[in-house]
Design a protein around this ligand. Structure first.
Ligand code: ATP
Ligand code: MG
Length: 372
């Protein structure tokens, strides 16, 4: 995608909870910065088709057409009768790599000022894994599913990302001593590719050891990309029933209706939330879901229902996600300009309450705008 002339259409999904407030902030900033992007705003509020809830067709067709979207958080109400919308988007657009960079904000004091990590997590296998069921009363079995193909695909993306971003060191993060076959296969997929990238250093490390080392000294992680499998753990039994049921076809309908599908991508979630904590919390961390058929950029945090509608939300994570999106579209100058204005505003102490500040979402946004 090269943007030299004219504007490019991008799908905007404001989302739930604080989503509309932080999306508004991004829209205002893009307007003032004159970013040559035209938002095509769509709602993904689930609708019922034949008694099953799905994403409205025009949301899907908008993303299909534009191939790029910026998305606010989507709440996944548990037991309210629809499959995770995030999951639907991932499946529909083959969003196989979830990229989560996390960098210290200069001027915002935390325990470390040198956090600069990049986590890339396999993103697609979750819908098939996280399969659990109750064997007998009080005994639950959980199955983890992982394929060589998906492992290899995300590993290749990690090596390519390493090159493109000049972080010439890929570390595969795993628990292979315990998950011998599954994580073992993930490592094998990474090892097979490593020789194709002689300029990129490759090694492996255990998830718990990486956590320990990063909180002791994040410095050594600033030059590398950490790649990990999608180990999906379902937090509610029902969520998995849905996954199993969908894979199994028709039988699933009744079950899918009761589904919450609140799942956690274990390794990547733990590690990225831990890194977020080191730099100032979830209000700061962006992400990109890179896919075969489209790419969707979004904040790592959820819909934050506790502060929704109060004008308190920190829009930084979504703004930084939009900067990732612009870089993906090769609009480097706009990305740099907006990112730098945002970080400078925080450094000046004009920040929201999650960052020990007093500003409202609007006041913070105005601070950024005044620097553009
Ligand atoms: P969801 O179910 O949608 O994930 P949640 O209740 O888990 O919602 P999160 O969005 O994951 O909430 O956020 C966890 C906590 O971090 C909340 O207490 C929320 O207030 C805070 N938080 C998250 N994002 C932001 C933000 N952008 N600005 C300020 N606070 C935030
Ligand atoms: Mg959450």
């Amino acid at each position: 995608l090269t943007v030299k002339t004219g504007t490019v259409n991008v799908t905007l999904i404001p989302g739930d909870g604080i989503g509309p407030e932080i999306a508004q902030s991004v829209k205002e900033i893009f307007d003032v910065a004159k970013v040559p992007i035209k938002w095509e705003e769509v709602s993904v509020a689930p609708i019922l088709v034949d008694g099953v809830s799905t994403i409205p067709a025009d949301a899907i067709s908008s993303i299909k057409k534009n191939t790029i979207a910026l998305k606010g958080p989507l709440a996944t109400p548990i037991g309210k009768g629809h499959v995770s919308l995030n999951l639907t988007l991932r499946r529909t657009f083959n969003l196989y790599a979830n990229v989560r960079p996390c960098r210290s904000v200069e001027g915002y004091k935390t325990a470390y000022d040198n956090v600069d990590t990049v986590i890339i997590r396999e993103n697609t296998e979750g819908e098939y894994s996280g399969i659990e069921h109750e064997v007998v009363d009080g005994v639950v079995q959980s199955i983890k599913l992982i394929t060589h193909e998906a492992s290899s695909r995300v590993a290749r993306y990690a090596f390519e990302y390493a090159r493109a971003n000049n972080r010439l060191h890929v570390t595969a993060v795993h628990k292979a001593p315990i998950m011998k076959m599954s994580d073992g296969m993930f490592l094998r997929a990474c090892r097979e590719l490593a020789p194709e990238y002689p300029d990129v250093k490759y090694d492996e490390d255990l998830l718990d050891r990486v956590c320990l080392r990063i909180v002791q000294n994040p410095g050594p992680y600033a030059d590398r990309v950490m790649v990990m499998p999608n180990v999906r753990r379902t937090l509610t039994g029902l969520g998995c029933v849905c996954v199993a049921a969908r894979a199994g076809g028709g039988r699933g309908r009744g079950l899918a209706d009761r589904v919450g599908s609140a799942c956690a991508q274990l390794y990547g979630d733990i590690l990225s939330d831990m890194c977020a904590g080191l730099i100032g919390g979830l209000g700061l961390t962006p992400s990109g879901n890179i896919g075969k058929d489209a790419s969707i950029f979004e904040a790592v945090h959820g819909s934050a229902p506790d502060i929704a509608g109060k004008g308190m939300a920190n829009p930084t994570a979504l703004i930084l996600s939009s900067a990732m999106m612009m870089r993906h579209m090769q609009m480097y100058d706009f990305a740099d300009k907006i990112e730098s204005a945002t970080l400078r505003t925080i450094a000046e102490g004009n920040c929201t309450r999650d960052l020990r500040g007093k500003s409202s979402t609007q006041q913070f946004t105005q601070g950024i705008i005044s620097k553009l």
